[in-house]
Design a protein around this ligand. Sequence first.
Ligand code: NI
Length: 255
Amino acid sequence: MIYADTHTHLYLEEFDADRRKVVENALAAGVTKLFLPNIDSVSVHPMLALCNEFPDNCFPMIGLHPTSVKENYMDELAAIECWLSDRKFSGIGECGIDLYWDKTFAIEQEFVFRHHIDLARAHNLPLIVHIRESFNEVIRILKDVNKSDLRGIFHCFSGSVEQARQAIGLGFSLGLGGVVTFKNNKMQETLKQIELKHLVLETDAPFLSPMPYRGKRNEPAYIPLIAQKVAEIKGISLREVSEATSENALKMFGN
Ligand code: NI
């Protein structure tokens, strides 16, 4: 069985000691396509180095993470434009709104997110949206922009059936990560009711490890644990989950 990890930050320092081994672990587990959302103008360099080392397996995206929106956001946006004119990227992100960590730059975060929406449309690329404590704000902005040619992923989705339908109605898929394996998460009912064609898998490595690795460093090789849980909840085979979610991911990213 093969899988795609649609959201992994393998270029972060948490993997400096054994990055190559972590990619090999992923390949051994059947996780053959790894999509890397960017964070800022510094992280782009180690990200591209990894993608150059594994050109058949690691694919870069470009964007400014909402928690990295600071005073210098205009310079960061200029750097993104520069990169986009220079080489191919698989998506725009990680972008969106984060009202969990720090609200100091909330207005700037919205400006930057809207800019990323424009970039995704201009380059016909999927948009990877971060929605931490900001689901309603993100929906408001996407509705306000009101463009039917947008596609992308609500990263780390853990909401209700109704929220899932709102995201899908705007053209987005749901990114499912380790949270679906946690006890007492709210996703059971949502997953039962939402069709497989709207779902993709992601680790968000090194963060948010699925059970039984919760609290430890996450890595793409754990994607099958998330798939197994989705199969269990939906009462279908692991193969169905693997096939549908990897097909959804490849269609989304055009790989
Ligand atoms: Ni992320």
